[in-house]
Structures are given as structure tokens and as C-alpha cells.
Design a protein around this ligand. Structure first.
Ligand code: PMV
Length: 331
């Protein structure tokens, strides 16, 4: 049978300097530069199969067919690949994550990064990492940061052409870990795509964005010098600035649960007692607790004892999105 197929894998990432709010919602051009590292041990795997006989694109997540905005966002990526490759065929997309869906560990970053890399490979495109990052950004902004490996910086840029992420330090530069304290398995009420459109309604967003270059420079410097103390306070400040914007937007978004606050207090108490730990939260109640990888087993065990913590997932610093398989492609 004539078809073009490839499978790719990508890791989710955790932002240490957050992306919240777009300069341009359609192109997902962010209001500020952001910085993250990829989460080794967690992955999305996505297979794209372009077939001449399909009459529309179709998407399955864990074997369940998805329609609506999930499919529309995937089509943004597929449409661009078709245009760049001069291909007219629709595609079947099959995606899965090795972390339970619905636990609030962001899967859109890894899912759209894997989709971008798989779709380009299936179509026979040989793209630069920057172009793959731009492609992934069309599905989900933070997916731009899951294409390169290690410690990653996404320059906001002004246009589609100059808004992409790149590695500034390799995955083995610093052995950090993210111990994810899962406090809720409920799907969030307001997804981040919609949340970004509300950011500008907060009077605090302009101040958050204006100060972002200072925070980013401090975090990047802390990573390059492997200075956990400097990293800790600025990462927490950045997360609180984003949540202050969320909580004061119109309508306001309060992603925290009581257990999230319990974890934040515990982490601050541990740090005050001399332990190298810091927290950050994305658009959800789960708390990402950062620490040197050597401390992760004890930090994870202590987090699991806190009230309301259902599960702790531990990830280290991961590599780039990559093609796993193009076998089965026939022309
Ligand atoms: O990529 P999106 O649209 O899911 O936005 C992600 C936003 C945050 O996770 C809250 C912050 C970030 O920079 O990852």
C-alpha cells in the first residue's frame, strides 16, 4: 500500500521562566522569552501516516479518536508540513504518553513536538531544529521547547520565522530532577490555550512581561554556573508572578488546590532547613519540585507523605525530540 509513515518521541518540559500570554494568539508568538528543561523518563510517541485514500485528517490518543480543538491544532501542524512538502494526502495520527493522561502533567508540549517531528519525517522533509520548533509551536507554544534537548530557551521573536527554541546547555550539563507531586487527576477547567488569551486582562501582566528578561538572565546564569540557591528563589518568583496574573485576570483562574499550597509550604520549610529544593507550578494544581538528581529519591519519598499528594513522578533532564522509526514508508 502506498503511504508515508514515521514515528517520533518527545519529552514534556518544565518551564523555569514561564510563558503566559501571546503577542499573537493565532501564531502563538509569546509575550516573553521562556526557559525550560525536558523531562527524561516521560514521553509522548506519535505515529503519522499520510495516505492518498484518506478524505480527512484523523487523530487518536491512546486508541480513542479525538475531534474538536485537539484535531484542529494537529491540522495546523499537518497543513504546514503538506505545504512545505508539496503533499496533498491527509494523515492518520496515533499518539500515546507513558504518563497517565489526565494527571495534569502537561502532555501538549511533548505531544505536539512528537507530532511535528513525525509528520516532517513521514513527509520526507529534512528540517532544521529551529524549523521543527516553529512547526511544533503551531500546535502548542510550549511544544516549541520540547524539540531541542536539555536546557532550552525560547526566544519570543516577533514573527513566525524568528519564534523558536534552542538548547543553551546540554542535558548532561547539570543533573537536576523534577519530582512532580500529583495532587489532582481532574482535567483543568480552563486550558492554557484559552488562558493565554486572558493574560492581558490582568493589570499585572505588563509588569510580569517587562521584568521577564531580568529573571531569565538570572535563571540562565544560575544554570550555567550550577548555582541552585540562585535558581531556587527566582524560579519560585517567576511561578508566583504567572499565577498572580492568572488569579487577577478576567475571569480569574485559580489553578491551586489546598494540597498545592501544603506542598509549597513544605518545600519552603525544607529549603529553610538547608535542603536544595524549589517549586514551580504550570496551569494546574500539581507542584513540580526541583532538586539535584542525587536528592530526588528522598525528596520524592517525603513529598509522597504530604497530605493530598496522590503520586510523585520523578524526571531528570532529557534529550531532544527524535524520529524512532520510518520503516513502512513506501512511495
Ligand atoms: O503551551 P501551552 O499553550 O500549553 O502553554 C503552557 C503554559 C505553561 O505551561 C503554564 C507555562 C510554560 O511556559 O510552559
Amino acid at each position: 500500500m502506498t503511504e508515508k509513515r514515521a514515528t517520533a518521541q518527545a519529552h514534556p518540559n518544565i518551564a523555569l521562566i514561564k510563558y503566559w500570554g501571546n503577542r499573537d494568539d493565532y501564531w502563538r508568538i509569546p509575550a516573553n522569552d521562556s526557559l525550560s528543561f525536558n523531562l527524561e523518563g516521560l514521553w509522548s510517541r506519535t505515529t503519522v501516516i499520510f495516505r492518498p485514500q484518506l478524505s480527512q485528517d484523523r487523530l487518536w490518543l491512546h486508541g480513542r479518536e479525538i475531534s474538536g480543538t485537539g484535531l484542529t491544532r494537529a491540522q495546523r501542524v499537518l497543513d504546514r508540513v503538506r505545504r512545505w512538502a508539496g503533499l496533498k494526502w491527509y494523515a492518520e495520527v496515533h499518539s500515546e504518553n507513558n504518563f497517565p493522561t489526565g494527571t495534569g502533567i502537561a502532555s501538549s508540549a511533548s505531544g505536539f513536538a512528537a507530532l511535528a517531528v513525525a509528520a516532517a519525517a513521514a513527509a520526507g522533509l529534512v528540517l532544521s531544529e529551529a524549523d521543527l520548533s516553529r512547526l511544533a509551536r503551531l500546535g502548542s507554544g510550549s511544544a516549541a521547547r520540547s524539540v531541542p534537548g536539555g536546557f532550552v530557551l525560547w526566544r519570543a521573536g516577533q514573527h513566525d520565522e524568528d519564534s523558536f527554541a534552542y538548547t543553551f546547555a546540554a542535558a548532561d550539563h547539570w543533573a537536576l530532577a523534577d519530582c512532580i507531586a500529583v495532587v489532582s487527576t481532574q482535567p483543568k477547567a480552563v486550558g492554557s490555550s484559552h488562558g493565554h488569551t486572558l493574560a492581558a486582562t490582568s493589570p499585572l501582566q505588563a509588569a510580569r512581561v517587562a521584568d521577564a528578561p531580568r529573571r531569565l538572565a538570572l535563571v540562565q546564569d544560575a544554570i550555567l554556573r550550577r548555582d541552585f540557591d540562585q535558581l531556587a528563589w527566582i524560579v519560585e518568583q517567576d511561578a508566583h508572578l504567572m499565577h498572580a496574573v492568572m488569579q487577577t485576570s478576567q475571569p480569574p483562574l485559580l489553578y491551586w488546590q489546598s494540597a498545592s499550597i501544603e506542598v509549597m509550604h513544605a518545600v519552603r520549610a525544607w529549603r529553610a532547613a538547608g535542603r536544595a529544593v524549589a517549586y514551580t507550578l504550570d496551569a494546574g494544581p500539581n507542584v513540580h519540585v526541583l532538586c539535584p538528581a542525587s536528592l530526588a529519591p528522598t525528596v520524592a519519598a517525603d513529598l509522597a507523605q504530604l497530605p493530598g499528594v496522590a503520586e510523585v513522578r520523578v524526571a531528570t533532564v532529557g534529550g531532544p525530540a527524535r524520529v524512532l522509526d520510518t520503516s513502512g514508508t513506501s512511495a
